[in-house]
Design a binder for this molecule. Structure first.
Ligand SMILES: [Zn+2]
Length: 330
């Protein structure tokens, strides 16, 4: 079997800080000519229920009711909690059925990242090849060049210390809660709809919010950052030095500004999973491509050569089957 020694099967990562991006991965080398290698990224998340503070609950309940919100009739607590924009929103105590419903919704959205991309190595990368002898001519051979299927697995773990990240979750009563990558709400398991102005006119999108947040957990920034869009770059410059209320709303928030999600940009930016949409594109495969090189176990000289041709790897959004080359021999 050629090439096994050049790979690390498992790569594990432990977050260095609470805000670090970390995940494990496993590279599985195929032994069959008709099956690709697989690279699976494995993310362990611990979800923490945020429940209303008990002292303020009776008062919060009355306030929520006077604002016309529906509070639980079974006496469960109600409270307020700040969202990503620091706006106080009403939340209620979790019950078991709601929690299970949320976790199932998270798993369904996480699975959207599984089997979306195939990595195709450049011609001068032979480590994936499987070589078999040609039986009709002993000096001949058949070489099968494998591609890499990108897989993803989310594991929901009960303890924070074992997780790659811990995320707080609120059980919402208020509408329009804005989540961020460490704070989710019950609304996030249903798709959000957006309408934004693009270069070709208005674009309407629908987005699975948790799938977008998992993109961040894998280290992906917003699509305008990845693609270096000019409006987003402007927002990022303004985000560094200027008081945010002096900036027009759509450019506010640095790399989290609306323009970095694709507003005023092409349709393909707005409807990307790291924009406002649900489309996956080649740039979204970078966590797998980057990680592939950590699985290479070769000498330093060779490692530099492989890394320098990283840009020659292709990403396919449809299954890329292994390619077989027959060398007849003499
Ligand atoms: Zn985001």
């Amino acid at each position: 079997m050629m090439g096994w020694t050049h790979f690390n099967k498992s790569v594990t990562a432990v977050p260095e800080t609470a805000w670090d991006v970390a995940y494990d991965s496993e590279f599985e080398k195929s032994v069959f000519n008709d099956k690709n290698h697989t690279l699976k990224l494995k993310l362990r998340i611990h979800f923490r229920q945020i429940n209303p503070n008990q002292l303020t609950a009776p008062m919060a309940r009355v306030i929520a009711q006077t604002q016309g919100m529906t509070v639980p009739a079974d006496g469960r607590n109600v409270g307020v909690y700040p969202d990503a924009d620091d706006a106080a929103k009403f939340i209620k105590e979790w019950n078991t059925a709601e929690w299970l419903n949320f976790i199932n919704g998270v798993k369904a959205q996480a699975s959207l990242w599984n089997g979306k991309f195939w990595l195709i190595p450049p011609d001068d990368f032979s480590y994936f090849d499987i070589e078999t002898a040609n039986w009709t001519n002993k000096s001949g051979k058949t070489i099968t060049r494998m591609n890499v299927k990108c897989e993803f697995e989310l594991e929901v773990v009960p303890y924070a210390p074992y997780a790659h990240r811990a995320i707080d979750v609120v059980n919402l009563i208020s509408p329009n809660f804005r989540s961020h990558d460490r704070l989710y709400s019950t609304d996030d398991t249903t798709n959000s709809n957006y309408t934004r102005q693009g270069t070709g006119g208005t674009v309407s999108t629908t987005q699975p919010t948790i799938a977008h947040e998992i993109g961040h957990a894998l280290g992906l920034p917003h699509i305008g950052v990845t693609r270096g869009r000019s409006q987003c770059q402007l927002a990022m410059v303004w985000g560094k030095g200027m008081p945010q209320n002096a900036i027009p709303a759509l450019w506010r928030g640095g790399s989290n500004a609306d323009v970095c999600y694709g507003t005023f940009s092409a349709t393909g930016d707005i409807n990307n999973i790291m924009g406002f949409g649900n489309n996956f594109d080649t740039e979204n495969a970078s966590p797998w491509l980057d990680r592939m090189f950590l699985h290479m176990n070769v000498g330093q000289q060779e490692y530099i050569r492989i890394l320098s041709s990283m840009s020659k790897w292709q990403i396919s959004l449809t299954p890329a089957l292994p390619m077989t080359m027959v060398f007849p021999g003499s």
